[in-house]
Design a protein. Structure first.
Length: 273
């Protein structure tokens, strides 16, 4: 079947069976009646919800009519926490002039790309993409100590710490959690790791690295304090587009305050080779 878009919506052309299957896959129950036939095509409107547009410096890394990816700096919330705090979701909406809905979390102290849905009509398809794990993220972790393994996996369940609020720990009664780590370099005192997640538990990378004896630099919850911010940056986000079915990959730089450590660790690795 063929798909095309304009500023108003998505147009589908093909056999009745193909169109029915695609429409059912894309639309939530609330918008099942939004599809209308138009000159031999089926038209699905975006129904973008307008908000006052405002230039605020937010970095948009990717955008189409359905989805957008924005960079979240450290210290900024993704969603409104109910305390009228600044948050990325509001800033993206203002930047684009349409209501944007974040599709996943990113811890406040972690920077990196965040994926947003822009059309309420196609929100269900975007949510399903995330639920079915068709979205993947890659992180850089700057950790304490010399990591000697070239790669390793921590597959340990994570649960809440009963004695401290908003703190998590490895727990047999917790939810399954699995993180893969690859060594990019070490200077003997600090190391840089590439991290990928099988699951998405809160503080997952932080808890797993602490349990492995290599807490993140600057992690006051699971390690020790540092003049540097939390040494964790999301640097790559890829997803299977819920409408077009193609792989989209978005990358961004890690926090510039970690450039010196990154260079010293990677340089040492190259020198050894």
């Amino acid at each position: 079947m063929k798909l095309r878009t304009d500023e108003k919506g998505l147009y589908l052309s093909g056999t009745p069976e193909e169109i029915k299957e695609k429409t059912e896959a894309l639309l939530s129950a609330r918008y099942k009646n939004a599809a209308v036939e138009k000159e031999g095509e089926v038209f699905l409107p975006f129904l973008h919800e307008s908000v006052p547009k405002k230039e605020n410096g937010t970095k948009i890394l990717y955008k189409d009519q359905f989805l957008a990816v924005a960079y979240k700096p450290k210290g900024l919330l993704v969603h409104d926490d109910g305390n009228a705090s600044a948050n990325l979701q509001d800033q993206v909406s203002e930047k684009l002039g349409i209501s944007a809905q974040a599709l996943h979390r990113l811890d406040t102290d972690t920077d990196g790309p965040v994926l947003f849905s822009l059309s309420p009509v196609f929100q269900a398809a975007a949510d399903r993409m995330v639920f079915e794990r068709k979205m993947h993220r890659e992180y850089l972790a700057f950790v304490e100590g010399e990591v000697k393994q070239e790669s390793f996996t921590v597959d340990k369940p994570i649960g809440k710490d009963r004695h401290r609020n908003n703190v998590y720990r490895v727990s047999k009664s917790g939810k399954e959690a699995c993180t893969h780590f690859e060594l990019l370099g070490t200077n003997g005192k600090q190391s840089v790791l590439r991290c990928t997640l099988e699951t998405g538990r809160r503080h997952q990378i932080r808890v797993h690295l602490s349990s492995a004896g290599h807490p993140l630099i600057g992690d006051t919850l699971y390690g020790k304090s540092s003049p540097l911010p939390l040494g964790l940056s999301a640097v790559k986000l890829s997803f299977l587009h819920p409408v077009f079915g193609k792989e989209i990959t978005v990358t961004c730089d890690f926090d510039e305050r970690y450039q010196k450590i990154y260079q010293s660790c990677v340089r040492k690795r190259h020198e050894k080779r």
